[in-house]
Ligand binder design. Structure first.
Ligand code: NIG
Ligand code: FE
Length: 408
């Protein structure tokens, strides 16, 4: 029986990102055959069964260019109104991110703008940013709430996320981040706000099926480990996965706490201690590195990369796209920053924005590598070597994107 594939991308340097003996899981002069949105075959172009190209419904001659898994951006705050360019200017004049937050700016400034925006306005504004990400080769995006901070506004954000999931050619996962900051009306009553998150917001979010995971910000300007732990316990009661913004500006122990509660990922981690790393490794928790926020906040303390490498902690890379600490829409720029600022190798960086990003979303069985049986999420780049994706600073080498078998 002759096989007819829906599409074949051939004559490509295919960086499958399947961990094996070849760097980048590379198949040189390779072909990827797709059937019903799924990768059916990956191998050298010359070993395709005779007549395959003639029979396929759609073919693309990649002319020796690079094909990678569609990129995975596993940490974004893409939904918001307004911007914080004014705070950027204040920081350049010497104010710190924490000073601005304590004075009622920071996250709260975006909360005010987001509360005043209608669902449609939020949707339209976010769609522009989403398209920016996708133009750059991304096929999977995680989106957090966390700029509503009252029940109605958090639900509004999550509904926008769900609408995006239905109208965007990408895999979208949604995370409830009610515990992002203490809203002004709860000043000095953070515990009471956590009651609201756990007893009112979370049950509503679950009832409406609006989130896949729950996140919390463990930090001096946000919530204590005890408060964050209450959120994790409530999430577990509802059967939701957990994630944690931890050790970004100081060491409060949020990462170890989250790992012990079985969190899928802990994110930021500049202030993580070396002794914490073994706990992440044992728990299989993914470390999500966010070089955009490190860069924008002009942080100088580096996450303990070498210790994570030694302990085999999976490292993902994401944009953290948000209006305050990381107004970033290019995941390939984050590959560059992960290498130049954090000392990752280009292969670690690309794995971080594909396979390990998928792992941080518990989607690594579906996407993040080019393998038989996984979704046909692919990106074609106007480069030949995968290291060029990390090497280039700015610009957009992405030439074509396939999401679950469909050309974007
Ligand atoms: O991941 N760290 C906390 N949350 C965001 C920033 C949010 C903001 O400043 O609006 C972050 O960096
Ligand atoms: Fe974040």
């Amino acid at each position: 029986m002759q096989i007819t594939w829906d599409s074949i991308w051939y004559n490509a340097n295919v960086a499958t990102m399947v961990p094996d003996t070849h760097a980048y899981g590379m198949v040189e002069n390779g072909a990827v055959c797709v059937q019903q949105g799924i990768v059916d075959r990956v191998g050298p172009t010359h070993s395709l069964p005779e007549g395959s190209l003639a029979r396929a419904k759609e073919i693309k001659d990649c002319s020796g260019r690079l094909v990678t898994p569609g990129l995975v951006d596993c940490h974004t705050h893409l939904i918001y109104a307004g911007n914080r360019a004014g705070e950027f200017e204040m920081r350049l004049k010497g104010a710190s991110y924490q000073d601005i937050a304590r004075a009622g700016g920071g996250v709260m400034s975006t909360v005010r703008a987001t509360r005043s925006a209608s669902e449609d306005q939020l949707f339209e504004q976010t769609l522009l940013r989403m398209n920016g990400l996708l133009d750059n080769g991304v096929t999977t995006v995680e989106i957090k709430s966390g700029y509503g901070l009252d029940t109605a506004s958090e639900i509004k954000m999550l509904r926008v996320a769900k609408r995006l999931a239905h109208s965007t050619p990408a895999n979208i996962t949604v995370t409830f981040l009610g515990a992002h900051a203490v809203p002004t009306e709860y000043n000095g009553r953070a515990d009471a706000y956590i009651d609201l998150v756990c007893e009112e917001m979370l049950p509503r979010v679950v009832e409406e099926g609006l989130a896949d995971a729950v996140d919390a910000f463990c930090e001096g300007i946000a919530f204590s480990p005890q408060q964050v732990e209450r959120v994790f316990v409530a999430a577990a009661e509802h059967g939701l996965e957990t994630k944690c913004h931890a050790e970004q500006l100081s060491h409060l122990g949020g990462a170890v706490l989250a790992a012990r509660h079985g969190a899928i990922s802990v994110d930021h981690l500049e202030y993580l201690h070396e002794r914490d790393v073994a706990v992440l490794a044992d728990a299989g928790t993914v470390a999500v590195l966010l070089p955009g926020a490190f860069y924008v906040l002009r942080e100088t303390r580096l996450p303990p990369i070498e210790a994570m490498r030694r302990h085999g902690v999976p490292m993902a890379i994401a944009t953290d796209s948000n209006p305050g600490s990381s107004p970033v829409l290019s995941l390939t720029l984050m590959l560059n920053m992960a290498c130049t600022l954090f000392g990752l190798t280009p292969e670690e960086a690309l794995a971080g924005a594909t396979r390990e990003g998928a792992r941080a979303l518990r989607m690594v069985d579906e996407t993040g590598t080019i393998e038989r049986g996984k979704w046909a999420d692919l990106a074609l780049w106007n480069v030949r070597e995968p290291s060029e994706l990390s090497y280039q600073v700015g610009g957009n080498p992405c030439q074509a994107v396939m999401h679950r078998g469909r050309l974007r």
